[in-house]
Design a protein around this ligand. Structure first.
Ligand code: 13P
Length: 233
């Protein structure tokens, strides 16, 4: 299976920087499966011009047209968007997204045939053995099939901080989550890691047993860093 590289640009890139980014990423030579998640305002530029798969950073959980400022699964699908990030901690903190909302977004994405990239993680002072099963249970309520979900383990304290767990710790937690989901769903989940991934640590992280890829934040909008990430894998 190809390793997944998810680039979550967050609010990065100005309009006149986008074409250069698309052209340079189109020229990347890699065996990885790249999924670029730009700001919503550039989704169409990317789906029309990028050679790579495109994901949205967020989506509303129903298709009723009366939700000012939101984007529906139908609109994403019509643009050719294939993936959507769900449950990112920045949305939980900034917009109070609850487990129920995340669950509804997951259900909506699956119904619309958009692959969800489901983020989940614990903070530094929380016990992952307690927190992660509870979180995953609430996110996955009424979901019977996890085949199309990518599980992105993002420890909260590692997001945008330059601090990340040791590779041994990541391996331990990934193995715990993998076993937990496997017992419940009788399937091996597709698990990736996110949180302070850079070109300097990508090799060690992406080669951890049980990890099928990474999700990289803001620095993934820096094309020189992306080229280094690819070279260092
Ligand atoms: P950083 O790579 O900046 O730590 O962000 C990770 C992230 O939020 C990916 O979704």
């Amino acid at each position: 299976m190809k390793k997944m590289l998810v680039f979550n640009h967050k609010m990065s890139l100005l309009y006149d920087e986008v074409y250069n980014y698309i052209t340079r990423t189109n020229n990347l030579d890699t065996d990885c499966n790249i999924i670029i998640c730009p700001s919503n305002i550039y989704l169409e530029l990317f789906t029309n011009n990028s050679e790579w798969s495109i994901g949205a950073q967020n989506m509303y959980y129903n298709i009723d047209e009366n939700h000012t400022g939101e984007i529906s699964s139908l609109q994403l699908k019509a643009l050719g968007v294939e993936y959507v990030i769900v449950g990112h901690n920045e949305r939980i903190v900034d917009f109070n997204e609850s487990g129920r909302i995340i669950n509804l977004k997951l259900i909506e994405a699956l119904d619309a045939n958009i692959f969800p990239i489901l983020c989940f993680g614990e903070d530094a002072d929380e016990d992952y053995r307690e927190k992660l099963p509870q979180l995953l249970d609430s996110y996955l309520k009424d979901i019977l099939n996890i085949d199309f979900i990518t599980f992105a383990y993002e420890p909260i304290y590692a997001i945008g901080t330059g601090v990340h767990p040791s590779t041994d710790k990541i391996k331990e937690i990934i193995s715990f989550v993998s076993n937990y989901l496997e017992v419940k769903y009788h399937k091996k989940p597709n698990l990736i890691y996110g949180g302070s991934v850079t070109s300097s640590n990508i090799y060690d992280i992406i080669n951890i047993d049980g990890i099928n890829g990474v999700i990289v934040g803001k620095i993934s909008s820096d094309i020189r860093e992306v080229e280094k990430i690819i070279n260092n894998i």
